[in-house]
Design a protein around this ligand. Structure first.
Ligand code: ZN
Ligand code: ZN
Length: 305
């Protein structure tokens, strides 16, 4: 029998059409979710090797399981001659995170460059002409944001359909607005949050893929969910009917509940049909039954997750 090792960490890889999600997310331990095709990583966790390749990091909030690896990410990229990482973060966190990263420069005696982009709910940052990142407020106590990756397109207005290209070009030159803007939310990531108005946000409701937390599933964990401002299964079940997402990925499940048990409890409440659009991020191909995985990890923390 092969020896169990603390050094092996398995990551999830899910495919949704042309986009992939690579990540790891366990409450209180580590959350890092990358979309390689869009050059974005949501939270940085402990900065696993794959996350170094993302030029854009969207930080949801300041709990250590979500941003511990930030200094390492920036330092490694600098060390390896990559361009400085761009970090989106809640506006309230700009000052302390800036101080933290400057402190690391002194500690490490390396002038690691970084770029912080403070964000507020509703703010859109246009990365390219056809792609942007929009922040939305979440409910986790303190400063917290979720992010949506938005495809931006210009489309020809219906009334100009059928007009030949050269003529359209002429109209455009003379100042006629022949196009309109279409924004399509591709992927939305909530970070940590309890129930609230975030689930009425159009980007959250309509993203092709929604990555939501659901930390607690067992009936006797309701008070933990409330205290930590996390989602409990009961709240998720109430929210699901208003979500129009083709795919919903559940992350940040507590180690107190194994993934198979969590999936079983959800299926019991919503049925097989609704389960079709739901994936648990950490439902790794060879995920073991509850009990075995827990042997490999320290006990779950009592408070901050
Ligand atoms: Zn967390
Ligand atoms: Zn948290």
């Amino acid at each position: 029998m092969p020896e169990k090792s603390f050094l092996v960490q398995k990551f999830a890889k899910l495919g949704f059409g042309p986009l992939h999600i690579i990540g790891y997310s366990v409450a209180g331990e580590e959350t890092v979710v990358q979309v390689p095709e869009l050059n974005v990583c949501f939270d940085i966790g402990r900065a696993p090797y794959f996350a170094l390749t993302s030029d854009y990091i969207c930080l949801s909030h300041a709990h250590m399981d979500h941003l511990a690896g930030l200094g390492y990410y920036l330092s490694q990229r600098h060390f390896q001659g990559m361009k400085p990482g761009t970090i989106f973060l809640p506006r309230e966190l700009e000052r302390p995170v800036d101080a933290l990263l400057r402190c690391w420069r002194d500690v490490e005696r390396q002038g690691t460059p970084f770029k912080l982009v403070p964000m507020s709910g509703g703010q859109l940052f246009e990365v390219r002409r056809d792609f942007g990142i929009r922040a939305f407020a979440t409910h986790h106590g303190g400063a917290s944001l979720g992010y949506a990756l938005i495809s931006i397109r210009e489309k020809l207005k219906l009334e100009y359909a059928g007009i030949p290209g050269p003529e359209l070009a002429k109209m455009r030159k003379s100042g006629v607005e022949i196009q309109y803007r279409v924004e399509v939310p591709l992927i939305a990531f909530l970070g940590d949050t309890t129930a609230g108005s975030v689930f009425d946000d159009p980007d959250v409701q309509n993203a092709q893929v929604l990555i939501t937390e659901c930390t607690f599933f067992d009936a006797d964990h309701r008070s933990k969910a409330k205290a930590g401002r996390h989602l409990h299964l009961d709240a998720l079940v109430e929210i699901l009917p208003k979500l129009k997402n083709e795919n919903i990925v559940i992350a940040h499940v507590s180690r107190r509940t194994g993934i198979r048990r969590a999936r079983h409890l959800l299926r019991k409440k919503i049925g097989d049909e609704q389960m079709k659009r739901i994936t648990f991020l950490m439902d790794l191909e060879d995920a073991r039954d509850e009990g075995e995985v827990e042997e490999l990890a320290p006990p779950p923390p009592e408070n901050v997750e």
